[in-house]
Design a binder for this molecule. Structure first.
Ligand code: AMP
Ligand code: ZN
Length: 124
């Protein structure tokens, strides 16, 4: 099986942080400065396929990644999350957490963040 993220783990060249069960690297089509992905070392398709140890490893690593991003880029906020399934927006079928730094003024109206991935006419 040829998986682009499994290959990143094998190459071990672009990893910015890691632990026993998870690795982090920059997204190569970043939606903002510092956009980072955190993946389990084991190939599983989605967030819901992770075991408890892998979940812990990914969430622990996200705290480390946040420290790195805060130091390097000083973002004003973050979006953190998983796309699950093609209809959930997932394009690479190796589970990954997006850590997306956000910057004041990078969106006309940031209110709602990831809640706005589905267009909703109602104001909240
Ligand atoms: P998703 O749409 O949630 O599956 O996100 C996949 C992400 O992987 C996208 O943000 C892509 O820019 C990113 N991506 C795809 N290939 C690579 C790669 N070789 N190295 C780093 N990021 C990648
Ligand atoms: Zn994989």
């Amino acid at each position: 099986m040829d998986c682009v993220f499994c290959n990143i783990i094998k190459d071990n060249k672009v990893i910015i942080a890691e632990n026993e069960l998870a690795v982090a690297f920059y997204d190569n089509f970043p939606v903002s400065k510092g956009h980072t992905l955190i993946i389990p070392r084991r190939h599983v398709e989605t967030y819901f396929d992770l075991n408890e140890e892998e979940m812990k490893a990914i969430f622990n690593l996200s705290q480390e990644v946040k420290k790195i991003l805060a130091k390097l880029y000083k973002p004003d906020g973050y979006n953190v999350g998983f796309n699950v399934g093609v209809d959930g927006g997932q394009t690479v079928m190796h589970c990954h957490m997006h850590v997306i730094p956000r910057y004041h003024g990078d969106a006309l109206n940031p209110r709602g963040g990831i809640r706005k991935v589905v267009k909703n006419e109602k104001k909240y």
